[in-house]
Design a protein. Structure first.
Length: 388
């Protein structure tokens, strides 16, 4: 796909320049021992062999031949990971396993913040915290979160300019936090990271996201197809590929792809898009509800689940169920997909139920909530659309 990219050969793959191999001088030939001394030679040789075996066995127990002979460099025990690094690794694992579930991302954030409390100037801790801040901007942009993502990324980069985590953090902020046209500045380093880390889902996802923002949807779908081979990330790549195919109007392929993801592992994001396909592609209202209902209960009341059930009940023209479902959780906003205050959605449902007073009350509440966010991000297109 990237035909013009040169894949640098790591230095350890480059053969050394040929050079003449030094030859040993011929060994002197010993005279044959006299017949009467042959038994002494045999005994001596046997003793030397046993001694060599004993030394070899001891060296294996002591850490290898270098430790036994003193020649070369002895094996050095691996340095135990610091508590900070263990927390960074844990945050990264939770991030990987989050499957776009906000509550799981929040758990990763909590661990990253613990790492920063232990070492406020640890480059990897700053970087993973920045990556999470940037990613969570998809659940609602605030100036506080955006500034924190930027500042932490810059601090991490200053501390370790060539570090993997700081480089990923910088790319994440450019691609997700800022978007086009600033995101293009991350392209060159992301392609280098892809060569260095072909099995890192974050790099694959960021490049795909960059291609999507550039309108290169065919490449977006292709990159995610390769991402399916990354351990533990195939299901998410399948669901994202299906969404890309849907954008391209390849609806039958999108349906087949999302079916594969649901069959493999019915995760919330896969079930959410499957339910949407049931509505928009098949017009199967019963199938959409059945699919959404397969989500774990905790996922149903996460942002992605609330957005899915609100859509399904609205398409089924069941406004009473919209009100009931959205009222079961205390959070004011659905950050995923619709990015709306729940009061606005409940207002629409009350309007459909013929209850104008309740609708007006909900809409007035929604306007206050939107105005509060616009005070922080006055140019947010989604907020302005909801206000209108």
């Amino acid at each position: 796909m990237f035909k013009n990219i040169t894949n640098p050969i790591p230095i350890w793959h480059v053969a050394a320049e040929s050079s003449p191999t030094p030859t040993r001088p011929p060994m002197p030939v010993a005279a044959k021992p006299a017949a009467g001394r042959r038994w002494q030679v045999a005994v001596t040789a046997a003793a030397l062999a046993l001694a060599a075996i004993a030394v070899w066995l001891w060296s294996q127990r002591a850490g290898g031949p270098e430790a036994a002979t003193g020649v070369g460099t002895a094996k050095v025990p691996a340095t135990p990971k610091s508590e900070t690094q263990k927390l960074v690794d844990r945050a990264r694992t939770l991030f990987t396993e989050s499957n776009v579930i906000k509550s799981k991302l929040d758990a990763a954030v909590a661990v990253a913040e613990q790492a920063l409390k232990l070492e406020p100037t640890n480059a990897d801790a700053l970087a993973i915290a920045s990556q999470l801040d940037s990613h969570l901007l998809m659940w609602g942009k605030t100036s506080e979160r955006s500034s924190r993502a930027r500042n932490r990324s810059e601090q991490a980069t200053n501390l370790a300019p060539e570090g993997i985590e700081p480089r990923i953090a910088r790319a994440w902020f450019l691609v997700v936090g800022l978007g086009q046209p600033q995101s293009t500045a991350a392209e060159a380093d992301l392609l280098k990271l892809r060569q260095q880390l072909p099995d890192d889902w974050r790099v694959c996802w960021l490049i795909a996201r960059l291609r999507e923002s550039q309108g290169r949807l065919e490449e977006y779908v292709e990159i995610l197809g390769k991402g399916e081979k990354i351990a533990g990330w195939a299901i998410v790549c399948l669901s994202q590929r299906a969404i890309g195919m849907n954008y391209l109007g390849r609806y039958a392929e999108a349906e087949q792809t999302i079916d594969r993801s649901v069959t493999g592992d019915p995760q919330a994001n896969c079930l959410a898009f499957k339910a949407t396909m049931e509505l928009a592609w098949r017009g199967n209202l019963a199938g959409a509800l059945a699919t959404a209902s397969k989500m774990a209960v905790t996922d149903q009341f996460d942002h992605i689940g609330m957005a899915t059930f609100e859509r399904v009940y609205r398409w089924r023209r069941e406004p009473a169920n919209v009100v009931k479902f959205l009222s079961q959780d205390a959070r004011e906003w659905i950050e995923w997909d619709v990015g709306a205050p729940k009061a606005a959605l409940r207002g629409e449902a009350y309007h459909a139920l013929g209850q104008p007073d309740s609708a007006r009350e909900e809409w007035q509440l929604a306007l206050k909530q939107i105005e509060a966010r616009l005070a922080d991000t006055p140019n947010d297109r989604n907020l302005l659309e909801w206000k209108a």
